[in-house]
Design a protein around this ligand. Structure first.
Ligand code: COA
Length: 261
């Protein structure tokens, strides 16, 4: 399927590249782009040949410069609630689809752009990237999860500073506070993200999905509850063929061949 504001490129290695393409508006997320993102993420989730995703923005300036302010300016409160709930559902699909994703942050990641990156499993930025939640400068607050995911990732104090000042930080600072995992040169960005995902995908697929699920469930649970969840997921991993293969391969001093069962 072709999109107006997205380019969706599956690849033989199972790592699909999803590019938000509205460069004349710095890839700002309007309703249509969110709708297309929803469609692309559903495809990625249900297609077994797609094992991981890289998300990036078209052009050299922006990953995603936020939700589309021209659209936001026209919303009444009921429409605003619908827009935010819809976007939250789409973003949550990315976060919980059980397939690892990397945000390749090639420039501005502001507002909804940073919130989109926060839903990816990992984040890699170019040195000139700028990351922030400037919504309060516009008289609104983040609506695609920024007030919830940012403190979970970087801690309450750092998140509140970003959310309340609305000021953007550069990639070095984002790396220092754990908001991005790596900073790499623009010409290496996509290949670096592919390399990162290849390392992940070399591991047992069911185990990967269980780790992501246990972290997601556990972050919102009391420790004892999270530990019980981990024990149950551990038992599931112990029942897989890939567990047998992984351990046999280790004992036979060879590389494992995982089949995802
Ligand atoms: N929504 C809608 N349009 C946007 C946008 C957004 N979030 N971000 C940028 N654009 C548009 C600009 O209006 C401009 O369109 P025009 O050429 O038709 O006037 C175009 O993209 C280029 O942006 P411009 O502001 O001219 O680029 P810049 O290099 O001077 O500044 C930014 C870049 C990112 C600092 C600036 O565009 C900006 O502050 N954007 C809004 C960021 C934001 O508040 N996001 C959160 C939204 S909730």
């Amino acid at each position: 399927m072709s999109y107006s504001h997205l380019v969706f490129e599956p690849a033989p290695d199972g790592i699909a590249l999803l590019t938000v393409r509205r460069p004349e508006k710095l890839n700002a997320l309007n309703r249509e782009t969110i709708r297309e993102l929803d469609d692309a993420l559903r495809r990625a989730e249900s297609d077994p040949s797609i094992r991981a995703l890289i998300l990036t923005g078209a052009g050299e300036k922006a990953f995603v410069a936020g939700a589309d302010i021209a659209e936001l300016a026209e919303l009444d409160p009921v429409e605003a609630r619908e827009l935010t709930l819809r976007g939250q559902r789409v973003f949550r699909r990315l976060e919980t689809m059980g397939k690892p994703s990397v945000a390749a942050i090639n420039g501005y990641a502001l507002g909804g752009g940073l919130e989109l990156a926060l839903c990816c499993t990992l984040r890699v930025a170019v040195p000139q990237a700028r990351l922030g939640q400037p919504e309060v400068k516009l008289g609104i607050i983040p609506g695609y999860g920024g007030t919830q995911r940012l403190p979970r990732l970087v801690g309450r104090g750092r998140a509140l500073e970003l959310l309340l000042t609305g000021e953007a930080i550069d990639a070095a600072e984002a790396h220092r506070i754990g908001l991005v995992n790596h900073v790499v040169a623009p010409e290496e960005l996509i290949e670096f993200c592919r390399g990162l995902l290849r390392k992940i995908l070399a591991n047992a697929p069911v185990a990967l999905a269980l780790v992501m699920d246990a972290v997601d469930a556990g972050l919102d649970a009391a420790l004892d509850e999270g530990l019980r969840y981990e024990a149950a997921a551990f038992a599931v991993s112990a029942a897989t063929q890939d567990r047998r293969e992984g351990m046999r391969a280790f004992l036979e001093k060879r590389a494992p061949v995982f089949r995802g069962n």
